[in-house]
Write a protein that binds this ligand. Structure first.
Ligand code: BMA
Length: 327
């Protein structure tokens, strides 16, 4: 793997691609699929990395399937069958499949919360499930009605309430919101936390949360995607924002450029060209290394590594102050 340059945090690149990317593709799957991409990620208590991958089968619909590895890079042990399938009989909002899981470990519940996109005639919505082991799941059904996606739970309550970041579509564009709940089922106090910029910006008109925000002493470090619409299609790139620890609706910093975008051939060409789309990360034993797992061109799964300290240092030097809702 290329090594990040120690001490140099103010220059791009902040994330270094693993040299043998992509690390997983449909060819690795134990059953017939079209493609695998956009995985949620978590470090298990036994030290294994678990990726909960979006798998698009050959009907065109997606389900979720777990892959486990000792080093988070190779030697993946993939569930022989889908781990979490759409269940449209009990959850009609999943009739066209389930996609893009974000996993948050919640110490208070001693469970993982999986927020995922459920897809049906009304459009994409946000569904939630809890699991202890990624074998059985307690489903909560739709918690944010269509059209909404790109959701993750924060790992702890804020002032007594659970907090969920998500991305509803509105008439003014696709912006990031936060909502609060006493019980994970009933959600309110909805607030915009980061707006899509306008005009020629890389993140104009449409943004969304990538992986679950990382709690740092300076705030919730958040990687988000921005969509630039061009004459030859959309480009999905990544940016950084920092939100207040106890008032996460307050944006403290927002990067003034993107930090990672499609460049390698497997990111530029695939079922959907020019897409990098992380849904999860793991943090190394040093508490600083971030292993970001992302879908590449909606066709495979790749890994890029960086330093949380560097991401925060870069934000200090390259952000516009304050309000994410006033761009
Ligand atoms: C988004 C989501 C992602 C996908 C991306 C690019 O809207 O549907 O799952 O990776 O588009 O196609």
């Amino acid at each position: 793997m290329e090594q990040p340059r120690p001490g140099v945090c103010t220059d791009l690149p902040l994330l270094t691609r693993y040299s043998d990317n992509p690390i997983l593709s449909g060819h690795d799957w134990p059953y017939a699929v079209n493609s695998v991409f956009n995985p949620g990620a978590v470090l298990l208590p036994d030290g294994d990395t678990l990726l909960l991958c979006r798998v698009e089968d050959r009907s065109g619909l997606s389900h979720l399937c777990a892959a486990r590895s000792k080093n988070g890079i190779n030697g993946w042990r993939i569930d022989p069958r889908p781990t979490l399938m759409a269940n449209p009989r009990d959850y009609p909002e999943e009739i066209w499949g389930i996609e893009d899981p974000r996993i948050t470990y919640v110490p208070e519940l001693e469970q993982y919360a999986v927020a995922y996109t459920s897809f049906a005639r009304g459009g994409p919505g946000v569904s939630l499930a809890l699991t202890k082991d990624f074998r059985s799941f307690e489903r909560f059904g739709v918690i944010m009605q269509p059209e909404d996606k790109d959701a993750a739970l924060l790992s702890r309550r804020i002032n007594g309430y659970w907090a969920m970041i998500h991305r509803p579509m509105t008439t003014t564009g696709a912006h990031m919101w936060i909502s609060y709940s006493p019980d994970l089922r009933h959600w309110g106090s909805h607030k915009v936390i980061l707006v899509a910029r306008r005009g020629g910006w890389w993140d104009a008109n449409k943004i969304g949360l990538c992986s679950p925000p990382i709690e740092t002493p300076k705030g919730w470090l958040t990687i988000y995607h921005g969509v630039r619409v061009t004459a030859s299609g959309s480009i999905y790139r990544l940016g950084l924002a920092l939100f207040d620890l106890e008032h996460p609706e307050t944006c403290l910093q927002r990067g003034n450029s993107w930090i990672f975008g499609p460049d390698a051939p497997y990111e530029r060409v695939g079922d959907v060209h020019d897409v990098v789309f992380p849904c999860g990360q793991t943090i190394g034993a040093d508490g600083d290394t971030i292993n970001l797992y992302y879908g590449a061109a909606d066709s495979s799964i790749a890994l890029a590594t960086g330093s949380i300290r560097c991401l925060l240092t870069w934000l200090d030097a390259n952000s516009s102050a304050g309000d994410g809702t006033e761009q």
